[in-house]
Design a protein. Structure first.
Length: 98
């Protein structure tokens, strides 16, 4: 069984075949609880969760650490290691709604 605070079991994403060419990586994938798309302008992925509650659970699971960013500003970054890769996670803030 699952215990509280443990991440959900890994489910391989469903990849749309039209996005995969010879030697290319998929630009989007859909899983059981989220959808992942490569950002059109930046070198990152945008993960859309099935609900705001699911998003908060994932963000709470990874403890933030304090870092100094551009211009000496302090901020929080959440990092998780997946295989040989380290990914930064942060909530998306819609700049148009700010």
């Amino acid at each position: 069984g699952k215990s509280a605070g443990q991440p959900p079991e890994s489910v391989p994403p469903k990849v749309k075949s039209k996005d995969v060419g010879v030697g290319k990586h998929p630009l989007e994938a859909k899983g059981s609880h989220c959808e992942v798309k490569k950002h059109s302008e930046m070198g990152c992925a945008v993960v859309t969760m099935e609900s705001a509650e699911a998003r908060e659970v994932v963000l709470r699971y990874i403890a933030p650490k304090q870092v100094s960013g551009d211009e000496g500003k302090k901020g929080e970054r959440r990092e998780i290691t997946i295989g040989d890769h380290t990914a930064q996670m942060r909530p998306h803030i819609d700049k148009e709604k700010k």
